[in-house]
Design a protein around this ligand. Structure first.
Ligand code: PLP
Length: 393
């Protein structure tokens, strides 16, 4: 096939044409008037995408999701404090290790592989002891498992505990209403459902989270400290330049373009529509997988993420199929969770592609064709039809 294969892994993802064009400009100075405007507007728009209130603080710093995680682990928690980690897989393990290195006393409530942790179990764990904060992964990218972020945020708030959600595989794809749910931190990176190239760590912190960060006895390293970055973010929001460390001057204007595609100026309910679009895309992809006789890794459909599908290989198929799927037009990812890594693969369906039915159907087609190449007999056209008709319902 002549076109480049679609990039359908759970990040980095296909980006929109407008975002692509925005990344092609000559790099501006961090004090150029157009850059200042773009940075300020990107930060303002983050609040809308996060469904956050006017008192929440958006941060945009060069880096990745892991940097955003570490900034939360070090700014929300002082040495020696007890924290609860809601662990649903690979990235929960990472967060627990970061918090241990921070010197926190880490208690975990851990799901069985591919299962979720219900909000009631989090509430029970919070009742069993005193905690400074609870950390959860909104969507665990290793298994495609979603937690009930609304329920967990509510359980934390009721007990006066700060809540932090790793939204790296979820933000702008899965429903999350920071203000209405009372969540304290929601963090992500640019290359996932936000729909940009990799390179930006993004998070929004509540007033309570900012108060905590300002009152720490042992402040984090300077580049992670929210209080180092706060005056910078405030300056750009006031449309003034400021300097601590050079921002990613090519990516920030692209972020403004990408976020404004999600929530155009003056739009109403844009995020709700986008969340729904991800749900519909996920359901359509699942119709395709079901038609192919494939089953999902998550133990129940109710906690299977809308941003990606984690799919078990059928009998007799292994990761050697991935190259054939790519040759048929879609790059998908192998397993990531150490306990089940060789038994499944992952297909991302977040960001721009959820509005491109052809891309979604082509991905199902590529998976089906790849499976046929390795000897798993399945009906390619029937699977494509199942996805296409679910999308047109
Ligand atoms: C991708 C991902 C991360 C890590 O992000 P990087 O940008 O690779 O550092 C963290 N958490 C989750 C849930 C992710 O999907």
């Amino acid at each position: 096939m002549a076109d480049a294969p679609l990039l359908m892994i759970p990040g980095p993802i296909e980006i929109s044409e407008a975002v692509f064009q925005a990344t092609c400009a000559r790099p501006p100075s961090h004090v150029a008037p157009g850059f200042i405007q773009a940075f300020g507007d990107a930060l303002d728009t983050m609040r809308e995408v996060w469904c956050a209130g006017p008192d929440a603080t958006p941060f945009c710093v060069a880096g990745g999701g892991t940097l955003a995680m570490e900034s939360a682990a070090t700014n929300l928690v002082d040495r020696g404090e007890r924290v609860l980690v809601v662990n649903t897989g690979y990235f929960g393990d990472r967060m627990a290790e970061m918090l241990r290195r921070r010197g926190a006393d880490v208690v975990q409530v851990t799901a069985a592989v591919a299962d979720t942790v219900p909000a009631e179990a989090v509430a029970d764990a919070l009742d069993a002891n005193t905690f400074a904060a609870v950390f959860a992964t909104h969507v665990d990218t290793s298994t495609g498992v979603r937690v009930d972020a609304e329920g967990i945020a509510a359980a934390a708030k009721k007990r006066g505990v700060l809540s932090c959600f790793d939204g790296v595989c979820a933000t702008a794809g899965e429903r999350f209403e920071m203000a209405a749910w009372g969540a304290d931190v929601y963090l992500t990176a640019s290359q996932k459902a936000i729909g940009l190239p990799a390179g930006l760590a993004l998070w929004v912190a509540s007033a309570a989270a900012m108060e905590k960060a300002a009152s720490l006895k042992s402040p984090p390293p300077m580049t992670l400290d929210w209080n180092t970055w706060l005056p910078i973010m405030q300056a750009y929001q006031a449309r003034r330049p400021s300097y601590f460390s050079t921002p990613a001057t090519t990516l920030v204007p692209a972020l403004q373009v990408g976020l404004r595609e999600l929530v155009p100026v003056g739009s109403e309910g844009a995020m709700q529509k986008r969340f729904l679009a991800h749900q519909r895309a996920a359901e359509a992809m699942r119709a395709g997988w079901t038609s192919l006789g494939l089953s999902l890794v998550p133990t129940a459909p109710s906690h299977a993420a809308y941003t990606l599908s984690a799919i078990r290989y059928p009998d007799g198929v292994d990761s050697s199929v991935l190259g054939h799927i790519k040759a048929a037009g879609a790059i998908v990812a192998g397993g990531l969770h150490p306990a089940i890594k060789p038994t499944y693969f992952r297909v991302g369906h977040m960001g721009d592609v959820v509005g491109r039915p052809n891309a979604l159907v082509s991905t199902v087609r590529a998976v089906a064709e790849g499976l046929n190449v390795v000897g798993y007999r399945c009906d390619v056209e029937e699977a494509c039809q199942a996805t296409a008709s679910a999308l047109s319902d």
